[in-house]
Design a protein around this ligand. Sequence first.
Ligand code: ADP
Length: 467
Amino acid sequence: MSDQDSLPAKSARRLLAWSLGPCVPAWAVLLALYGLERLTWVEALVSAALVFVLMAVLVFARLADFERLIRYAEALFNNPETPAPPIFTSATAQRLLTALNALRRLWTERRDEAQVLARSRQDILDCLPDPLLLLDKQRRVIEANQAAQILLERGLTGLDLASVIRDPKVLEAADAALREDRRTETQFTLTTPVERTFGALLVPLKTPVKDGTALILALQEQTERLKMDRMRADFVANASHELRTPLTAVLGFIETLRGAAKDDAEAREQFLDIMLKQATRMTRLIDDLLSLSRIEMREHARPTEAVDLGNVLRGTADLLDTQAKQKRCEIRIDVPATLPRAIGDASELGQVVFNLAANAIKYGGEGGPVELSAALVPVRPLSMPGQGPCLKIAVRDYGEGIAKEHLPRLTERFYRVDTARSRELGGTGLGLAIVKHITNRHRGALVIESEVGKGSTFSVYLPIASS
Ligand code: ADP
């Protein structure tokens, strides 16, 4: 029987087959009667034909029901929404139809569940902040989440991993994970549009997935962490170096005082003076390091006091009075009669103004006065979070100024324009880093403007405390 047979031909054959079976016992009886010569062969044949026709009529009505059921079941394959056929005669066919309908409902439910599951799987993948790719056994991308599409800037489905991440280490790790059925890890760097380093974790799937997914590739950006590690290592190296220099000097003078200069009273006085300076420098450095670490530890917690900035400026000016007088530098203060308070920590803001004003005296004081001012400004700078008015503290000097290329790096720890000069003036190279951290903790902004030969203005913007 070929598959190309038409439906009526199939039905006719089924009718024939289904009708013949039940005729067999009656035909056997007729054959026996003919054998016993109770019937002539004509009577036997006519009776056999009559039996067949009777059976065919009886079977046909039932067969039509089953025929409809078969067609219904076949149609369900392609379209689960196919309407159920009417059943006229057979109770068995009716039961079959009920069972088929139950199956159809189950199947539709499962299909809907599978669709919801597929959609939520995509949603879950897209919610993940890190890029994720699902790969098949040939390392082709089956699916990629939104983060991966954004990172790799294109549609990825169907592409070979080699054309998605052109790094042999990642391809080797993927091959090893598939070949040896174990998770592998590696690191790679994307160079465009900016250099970014990622960790790649490759996990083969234990249970095969129908869509062909055999391997999960999860990427995690490590650029920031590596930068922090480098900064930390640099910081430790710099801090040790900064401490070692005065310490070596002090040890050298101790040696000299115990030996060659043992009985030289004048040299002793001179050396003790230098030792005091170096020890003071070490103390300042340690104080600054401790301040920095204290501020860093609290950086996530916003201060809550309402601070009068006028008091902060006046208090700092008093503290720096002697230093300013030594440089014959006048400290001018300009604060409006009424100024809203800032949200802040008074002692930290005092440290900010102290560091900025001390620098202004150190590096610019000889060129003219140092001006400390506080004011309400209608618009906050772009680098400050939020919108609307804010408060501004400005420390201005008319000294040597700072060349443009140094400005972006001034707040890095131990960054100095002129290291020898900073040391000579008692600088630690941490003053502006402390200012920056305190400003960050206050959710404010630090803006540095400077012109070589004309002076510098360091402005700290702060949020206003609600009345
Ligand atoms: P330091 O302890 O060296 O002063 P800071 O972090 O306070 O460290 O400042 C970093 C560098 O910025 C200084 O070494 C100096 O070169 C430069 N600098 C800071 N303030 C001024 C200023 N008002 N005028 C000129 N240069 C300044």
